[in-house]
Write a protein that binds this ligand. Structure first.
Ligand SMILES: Nc1ncnc2c1ncn2[C@@H]1O[C@H](COP(=O)(O)OP(=O)(O)O)[C@@H](O)[C@H]1O
Ligand SMILES: [Mg+2]
Length: 385
């Protein structure tokens, strides 16, 4: 049974103060910690041993004799043998005892089993706990179903390899690194089979995963990840904000496209199939005449999420799009939580967030601001689940 929202509401009504902003130490934890520090909230990063140095050493808060922050933004690091241990009974008790409000990022929803998140993790989540599962493409009730019900354009689904009549992208997990991608493209059933065989042979994908893969039209156009924020604390018409836009750098895919065509063709076959391992992000703005359509998609997403997953999306979310040849956004993925690329605006803010807030506004800072506002107004229960 999923944890009832009423239970979380009761929990936060007797929560220790001051609240502490928490995040799992990976993905966008620095943005979250930085935002909390800027808004004057304490923060804790939940790290896995062996992966803690970024937080515990390099971005750790150092204070002067007067207690003032001299450097860094990560106030505390709690280490776990494995990330999943943070959901253990004793760990939950510690989190509640300190008044931790956990900001879900992809590391949280990847490393803690979703059924644990939904049914056992009795710590307030700043966002929409029940929507984390829609990211799993293998679920029936996934983000494609939500986008469809919202009337948001998605890449056309191709029923099977034999129906490939255009360039497609085949989406399945990496055979060994389960949280990474084993994606590949193909423009015909023959190319699909040739690449399938090559990728299985080199251990990138398995035929089991392939049986459940999503095959969809490859949208030829640049990727724009729109980092939105929705606040339930203001009238609906003022709730949606666009804070920033990022794009990804993907390991040898980006290496490949930086080579002249002749050198690409001279590469050994194995090197010509790109890997989609995310290794970084850059920042973008979008042509201004396209912005209104982006906001329309954001509004539809908010409305559909409120219908299908009440109370709907709370706080940060990200619509990952390709803009097609007409400049129309096609949404190929959704994060119902802070996106993976928001470190692009940490500290500095982003042109769009800054234009709204008249000063540096990142996703992490916006989340902390929301927590601060909710605390001040006694409305914390409206922004957690
Ligand atoms: N339909 C598509 N058309 C073109 N490129 C796509 C499409 N779907 C995904 N991509 C590319 O693959 C990358 C990862 O896709 P995504 O669906 O976000 O998978 P994941 O969330 O597992 O990383 C995107 O950043 C984009 O570059
Ligand atoms: Mg994605």
């Amino acid at each position: 049974m999923p944890i009832a929202r009423a239970e979380i509401e009761r929990l936060v009504s007797s929560y220790p103060t001051p609240a502490v902003v928490g995040a799992v130490g990976s993905h966008s934890a620095i943005d979250i910690a930085d935002g909390a520090a800027t808004e004057g909230l304490a923060n804790v990063v939940l790290a896995q041993r062996g992966r803690e140095a970024t937080y515990a050493r390099y971005f750790r808060t150092l204070r002067g004799p007067d207690g003032a922050r001299r450097r860094g933004c990560v106030d505390e690091v709690w280490e776990y043998a494995k990330f999943a241990d943070l959901a253990d009974g004793a760990s939950q008790e510690r989190l509640r005892g300190r008044g931790v409000l956990l900001v879900p990022n992809r590391a949280f929803s990847s490393y803690v089993p979703l059924v644990t998140v939904e049914e056992e993790f009795r710590v307030p989540v700043v966002g929409s706990r029940s929507m984390l599962r829609i990211e799993e493409r293998t679920e029936r009730d996934n983000y494609y179903a939500l986008l469809e019900s919202a009337g948001i354009p998605t890449p056309r689904a191709i029923p099977g390899p034999d129906a490939i009549d255009r360039l497609v992208i085949v989406k399945l997990p990496h055979a060994a690194r389960r949280l990474e991608r084993g994606f590949f493209t193909a423009a015909s059933p023959e190319e699909f089979r040739a690449k399938r065989d090559a990728l299985i042979a080199r251990g990138t994908i398995t035929s089991d995963d392939l049986a459940h893969a999503r095959i969809e039209e490859y949208v030829l156009g640049p990727v724009f990840n729109f980092n939105f924020f929705f606040s339930p604390l203001v009238p609906r018409a003022e709730g949606l904000e666009l804070l920033g836009v990022d794009e990804r750098r993907e390991s040898n895919l980006d290496g490949l496209v930086r080579l002249p065509a002749e050198q690409q063709l001279a590469l050994p076959t194995a090197d010509r199939i790109p890997d989609y391992l995310v290794v970084g992000h850059g920042t973008l703005t979008v042509r201004e005449s396209i912005l209104e359509e982006i906001f329309r998609l954001g509004e539809r997403f908010v409305d559909a999420s409120r219908t299908r997953y009440p109370p709907g999306i709370l706080g940060a979310f990200c619509l990952q799009t390709c803009l097609d040849r007409n400049g129309s956004p096609i949404v190929f993925d959704v994060a119902a939580r802070i996106g993976g690329g928001t470190n692009i605006h940490l500290g500095l803010g982003h042109p769009y967030g800054n234009a709204l807030y008249r000063g540096p506004m990142s996703s992490g800072r916006r989340i902390a601001l929301e927590i601060r506002r909710a605390l001040a107004d006694g409305r914390l229960k409206e922004i957690v689940s």
